[in-house]
Design a protein around this ligand. Sequence first.
Ligand SMILES: Nc1ncnc2c1ncn2[C@@H]1O[C@H](COP(=O)(O)OP(=O)(O)OP(=O)(O)O)[C@@H](O)[C@H]1O
Length: 324
Amino acid sequence: MIHTRELTRHFRSGKETVEAVRGVDIDVGEGELVAFLGPNGAGKSTTLRMLTTLLEPTSGTAVVAGHDVRAAPAEVRRRIGFVGQGHGAGEDQRARDELFTQGLLYGLDRATARRRTAELLDQLELGGAADRDVTKLSGGQRRRLDIAMGLIHRPGLLFLDEPSTGLDPHSRANLWEHIARLRREHGTTVVLTTHYLDEADAVAERVLVIDHGLVIADGTADALKAKVSGDLVAFTTEDEDAARVGARTAENVPSATSVEVVAEPGREPGVRFRVEQGDRVLPDLLRSLDAAGVAPLTVGVQRPTLDDVFLTLTGRSLREEDAR
Ligand SMILES: Nc1ncnc2c1ncn2[C@@H]1O[C@H](COP(=O)(O)OP(=O)(O)OP(=O)(O)O)[C@@H](O)[C@H]1O
């Protein structure tokens, strides 16, 4: 469905050249659900805009839905749906008319456009807002209308740029339900961008981690997490002295790495470290701690998260980047 080679996009910004996308090779097969995950400014939107023909590549190639984005942009556009970050909906129409008109624009006959409009308004819970002016919709309703507009012609390939930004948890769950149904019933291929770690993890079957204009990792969330060295084991102790003894004990656990004493104001002291199969080493660890005279107050094992993946790859946390 998508094949890019050395896809690149530069922007001139005054005297500077911003290398927003620096030569990416992306292959997405039919029916896949892929998330581009990366911090703000990583190049996700720029990549998506090139794939949807909204932006010309500086160099490299991209074939989308069987057609080259540069040589046959109209062919590409007919076969894809795109929901951007901004509001695509116009200003002075009722939501229902806006959606219906979009259907006609995509070449649907009036009966089909009307039927799909009704279906989408219902599925995206826009029924109550259908006869309101687009300008009078709430942020969440406008977002859902944008999404409905991207779906009206039932594209085989759907691009969603930060689809759940601005949606409340209920609408977000609805959106994913709708997308799951599209895929089940029509085999739609879906490519989305997100900087929500948990969303990429829960929703996407495959995650492309993008940073500074490059794809730095590509795989299922589980496969990416398996590359992070081990689970995080953490236990808390009565005081810092006990934590130091506990840390020495932890260092003797086979395959333990990054053992550190946690001593931060306002937090219980303790120890954390990484280890293969944390749940398997716990029984031995507890016995050894007992033998060393340390009685842990709490013990926990945490599987790696996609943030750990990003941290391992870049030395930075996606959460910190988002907080900026
Ligand atoms: N029209 C433009 N002119 C100049 N620089 C641009 C332009 N569009 C994007 N950039 C720059 O290109 C880089 C990549 O931006 P892009 O919007 O693709 O990132 P992103 O990963 O989608 O981030 P976000 O999640 O914030 O949308 C950024 O440094 C951005 O400032």
